[in-house]
Design a protein around this ligand. Structure first.
Ligand SMILES: Cc1cc2nc3c(=O)[nH]c(=O)nc-3n(C[C@H](O)[C@H](O)[C@H](O)COP(=O)(O)O)c2cc1C
Length: 594
């Protein structure tokens, strides 16, 4: 990448390509574009699914923003480009004129941290592209959230870009504190009727469902509220074990009203509004109706219960009229104030709504709603049923997210709160997405499922389908705290095993007397080394691991390797390689979530 003089201003442009599964990479692309604006570089932003190898040949500078999903896998939207990039007939100098960098989004709690970004970076270099800024790795576990890694990395990107594209004469780097233009202009559309459209689930087949049941399966006093949700459809739907249901939450009407009243927008709640996009390099939530209302936007499209990003406080700084509030916000945004902001907001998971209740003099100009409020995101849940056993139905096993921090009110998950309040007969929009599980076509091939906690959901789908097809070489290892409180689908497992259709093992971690070692699924796997080797080694069985705990999959794979070592006579290293090879052969699959 050579230095460009100021006479080449038309080249002060780059392409940001994002690959996202749940939207964070798109937000990140928006943020990078805003930072590039400060140095007068124009960014075009593209979803990776719209990009081909040929498109890349026409680019000179590209910033990739790539998340990782499903245990080291690239987001689905990236698969077509990724497959083309892997073609062996691409010459080694394909991208010799291209400078690129990658910012990965990931979570260090997963074994394959930022895997998709790493793979892409390596492949681009092997095809001749130059990595002009070292790859960045965003980590969900950072105490300041994504901002903790994204901000310093973007600073280094900006510095490098200024090096390469010196600022044209007369132009300065704009300070971060400058108020960006709003993403949209809103105007009243009194003569038109608002369309109270649902938020669509992007790029997926989606269906109208009716709630048939919403049952709490754990006792009221139990620490975790787990729900059995049954959704009925009046058409045939198709899904396979491992597939996930995507549900778009709707915020409760009273909550939306109270919030809009608190912003002084109560009088405009139902006034029809039209909006025009003002800026080319920032996104707005997809599928917003052409004529809408504040009520519709805050019920279905915008999230005021999210924990705010740092940029939110930057906007508040512009929109407060109170000197003391401004000082407080300046403190939060200063380098020295980072810890204070962490304590105030991130550690206790304070929400946008709660922050606004404290900064009372803030008046948000309505045109800034898409800048200040993040999109209300759909969430994914592994389906716990099979169409074979439950036609026209989807069943889910969901733990309602609720926990305490130092703040008085308990913290609640946005989507699971919506789900927990669903009543029989309510309508829900459901998208169906392919999961990462595949079943063996040969019914004699044994399967071994390990799904502790709500990780049991996709395993129930596997068992229902296998048993309905007459495949009885099934093993299930389940773990929970108590035989009485959270033994999900326990009676079904007992019945299948009494019919010799299932080898069922369960670890109740808290049922032992005080002081005794707690037992988990990995302990049972090690105890059952002979059975495990019989299934995976002698009969070439397939293994599925599923659960919400990030550390569990590696502990389970470790235990399987130990079992292999004990029974097969392989060395410890060879046994570990055996398990890694099972992953490569596609006979060990994971469906895990954070
Ligand atoms: C089901 C699931 C699987 C994930 N697997 C990984 C993983 O294997 N490695 C990793 O670094 N991060 C993993 N993550 C974390 C995401 O990469 C991270 O949350 C990121 O911010 C998501 O960005 P996106 O919204 O653009 O897709 C996973 C997240 C989920 C929900």
């Amino acid at each position: 990448m050579s230095n460009h003089g100021s006479d080449q201003d038309d080249t002060r442009e780059l392409l940001i390509i994002y690959a996202t599964e749940t939207g964070n990479a798109q937000d990140t692309a928006d943020y990078i574009a805003r930072q590039c604006r400060r140095i007068h570089i124009r960014c075009r932003i593209s979803n990776i699914e719209d990009i081909t190898v040929t498109d890349l040949l026409y680019e000179t500078v590209v910033v990739f923003v790539i998340s990782t999903t499903g245990s080291g896998v690239e987001p689905r939207s990236m698969t077509p480009l990724w497959t083309s990039l892997l073609r062996s007939n691409l010459p080694k100098d394909t991208f010799e004129d291209l400078s690129f960098t990658v910012f990965g989004l990931g979570d260090t709690a997963y074994e394959k941290f930022c895997w998709a970004a790493k793979k892409l970076s390596r492949r681009m270099q092997s095809l001749g592209a130059t990595e002009f800024v070292e790859r960045g790795e965003g980590d969900d576990q950072h105490q300041l959230g994504l901002d903790g890694t994204l901000r310093p990395w973007t600073e280094s990107l900006v510095t490098r870009l200024v090096d390469v594209f010196p600022l044209p004469e007369g132009l300065q780097i704009e300070p971060n504190s400058r108020l960006p233009p709003p993403r949209v202009s809103l105007k009243s559309a009194d003569d038109q009727k608002a369309d109270d459209q649902e938020a669509r689930i992007l790029g997926l087949p989606y269906y109208q469902a009716t709630v048939k049941a919403n049952r709490r399966t754990t006792p009221p006093e139990w620490y975790q509220d787990v729900r059995q949700i049954e959704l009925g459809f009046n058409e045939d739907i198709m899904y396979e074990p491992g597939d996930v249901a995507v549900i778009h939450p709707i915020t409760q009407a009273t909550e939306v009203e109270q919030f809009l009243v608190s912003l002084d927008w109560g009088e405009n709640l139902d006034n029809p509004l039209e909006f025009k996009k003002n800026v080319y390099d920032q996104s707005i939530p997809p599928h917003i109706p052409k004529v809408t209302t504040l009520r519709c936007l805050f019920s279905r499209f915008l999230d005021f219960n999210a924990v705010p990003r740092r940029a939110f406080f930057q906007f508040l700084r512009h929109f407060t009229t109170d000197e003391l509030e401004r000082e407080k916000l300046d403190d939060f945004l200063s380098v020295e104030g980072a810890d204070e902001l962490y304590e105030y907001c991130y550690r206790v998971r304070r929400t946008i709504q709660e922050v606004l209740q404290e900064f009372r003099s803030v008046k948000i100009p309505m045109d800034y709603i898409f800048d200040v409020f993040p999109p209300l995101r759909p969430r994914e849940f592994s389906i716990a049923s099979s169409v074979t056993k439950h036609p026209r139905e989807i069943q889910l096993c969901i733990a309602i997210v609720r926990y305490r921090t130092k703040l008085k009110l308990p913290r609640k998950g946005v989507c699971t709160s919506y789900i927990s309040a669903l009543q029989q007969g309510d309508a829900v929009q459901v998208g169906i997405k392919k999961g990462f599980i595949k079943l063996p076509t040969n019914l004699h091939t044994p399967v071994l499922c390990i799904g502790p906690g709500t990780g049991i959901a996709p395993m129930r789908a596997v068992m229902e389908k296998r048993i309905a097809l007459g495949a009885y070489a099934n093993s299930l290892y389940f773990g929970c705290r108590s035989s009485q409180k959270d033994h999900h689908y326990g009676s079904e497992w007992k019945e299948y095993s009494s019919q010799q259709k299932l080898h069922y093992r369960v670890a109740f971690s808290r049922d032992q007397p005080e002081g005794e070692k707690r037992i988990y699924v990995q302990d049972l796997i090690m105890e059952d080394a002979e059975h495990i080797w019989n299934v995976i080694g002698l009969h070439k069985g397939w293994v599925y691991i599923s659960g919400s705990s990030n550390k569990m999959p590696s502990a389970v794979k470790e235990a399987i390797a130990r079992a292999v070592e004990i029974r097969s006579g392989l060395s410890a290293d060879a046994a570990q390689k055996y398990v890694r090879d099972m992953v490569l052969e596609g006979r060990l699959m994971e469906e895990c979530w954070g």
